[in-house]
Design a protein around this ligand. Structure first.
Ligand code: NAP
Length: 287
């Protein structure tokens, strides 16, 4: 039986634990607060849990599932407790900067990003099958040992995830478009509405807001810590996306100011035609 240690038992670590225990792995959890370890045991997320890093010493695979700004320091602290053959991986939402640092620390490292999330954080909202049917991106480099990639690909497939493999920098540019830019745009939408000067109009808008606003504001109303870390760690790719987004807003404004309804219609038609490629199932690439 393989042993997996999960460091950080929040939404992602907890959900992973729920799946891996049911898949027959022995699962050990390490977290920061003893109450989270207790909750993880009570929810049967892990077989063993605590706050001490040496708990990982029997693990064949160690998955770091803490917030991004803690990943490198935790990896450093883990090193003395790892077996030589242990595979170290992470789930961080940005790969470039972290992968280079982590593979320099531990040669048997594979970067990973299971792309499933929620608006809330913490173990209390962890759930089984969170990764099923969702992308799981592995970001090996020229230094990553192939057996470690194969083992992580197997684990991702056991979770029912769709496996993708790409370079860390390619991952970061792609997720800037479809994950990090939407958080910034969606939060700007909410903030723009908040600028309405007339309290009665604002209250009316809030009362009338329905499914369209719910959809477009969802990711902007999510966890501020994660959004800030996305921007901090993926700054260049996000700024590039924001610049191109801003250009599109300027085009829209131009057509409306000049009453060029044909230009606006063409823009909206192009957007309508382009959307399915993002939201409808497509053949998998990069495998
Ligand atoms: P979360 O729900 O806030 O959970 C973070 C967990 O890390 C908490 O359980 C916390 O433990 C633990 N932790 C913090 N510092 C620690 C330390 N020094 N040692 C051990 N445990 C520590 O966060 P999350 O949403 O699961 O995100 C975790 C990672 O997944 C991040 O790298 C994020 O980029 C990535 N990710 C997130 C999403 C998403 O949508 N949320 C999606 C894909 C990937 P305590 O409870 O004990 O304080």
């Amino acid at each position: 039986m393989q042993t997996v240690a999960i460091v950080g038992l929040g939404l992602i670590g907890g959900s992973l634990g729920l799946d891996l225990t049911r898949l027959g792995y022995r699962v050990i959890g390490v977290t920061r607060r003893p109450e989270t370890a207790q909750m993880a045991l009570a929810k049967e997320v892990v077989h063993q849990a605590g706050t001490d890093l040496p708990l990982v010493k029997e693990a064949d695979i160690v998955v770091i599932c803490t917030p991004m700004d803690g990943v490198v320091a935790i990896a450093q602290a883990l090193l003395p407790h790892l077996k030589a053959a242990t595979i170290l991986t992470d789930v961080a939402s940005v790969k470039g900067a972290l992968v280079r640092e982590l593979e320099a620390l531990w040669p048997n490292f594979v970067g990973g990003h299971p792309m499933a999330g929620k608006a809330e954080a913490g173990l209390a909202v962890a759930e089984p099958n969170l990764f099923c049917g969702r992308p799981y991106v592995l970001t090996p480099t020229e230094r990553t040992p192939q057996p470690a990639v194969t083992a992580m690909a197997h684990l991702a497939q056991q979770l029912g995830a769709h496996l993708y493999t790409c370079r860390p920098e390619e991952h970061d540019r792609a997720v800037a478009w479809i994950s990090h830019l939407p958080v910034m745009v969606s939060s700007s939408l909410i903030q723009a509405c908040q600028q309405e000067p007339e309290p009665t109009i604002l209250a009316l808008a809030q009362a009338l807001a329905s499914s369209g606003f719910r959809d477009t504001s969802r990711v902007g109303g999510g966890v501020p810590d994660l959004g800030t870390l996305m921007a901090r760690y993926n700054r260049d790719a996000l700024l590039q996306s924001l610049n191109l987004y801003q250009q599109q807003v300027e085009r829209l404004k131009h057509w409306i100011v000049t009453e060029d309804w044909q230009g606006l219609h063409q823009f909206l038609s192009q957007a309508q035609g382009a959307r399915p490629a993002y939201v409808e199932p497509t053949p998998q690439v990069g495998e």
